[in-house]
Design a protein around this ligand. Sequence first.
Ligand SMILES: [Zn+2]
Length: 79
Amino acid sequence: MNCQACVEFILRYLDGELPDDERAAFEVHLAKCPPCGRYLEQYRVTVTACKKAFVAPPEACDDVPEALIQAILASRRDV
Ligand SMILES: [Zn+2]
């Protein structure tokens, strides 16, 4: 598991869609990689805010992730 794979897992992780083995690998990576842990927290907060802002339909969030990922990746460069 590297950071790129980790980023791609986050959305599925938050949706509870990761199989146990992949989730375990993801959590191992998070434990070793503080930037990804912060990324997950930011993502979780943003997705939660998005779901509150767009209560229905849930698909309203589908346009967001690419721009969101870029914004978060940009913010990570400051760390
Ligand atoms: Zn990482």
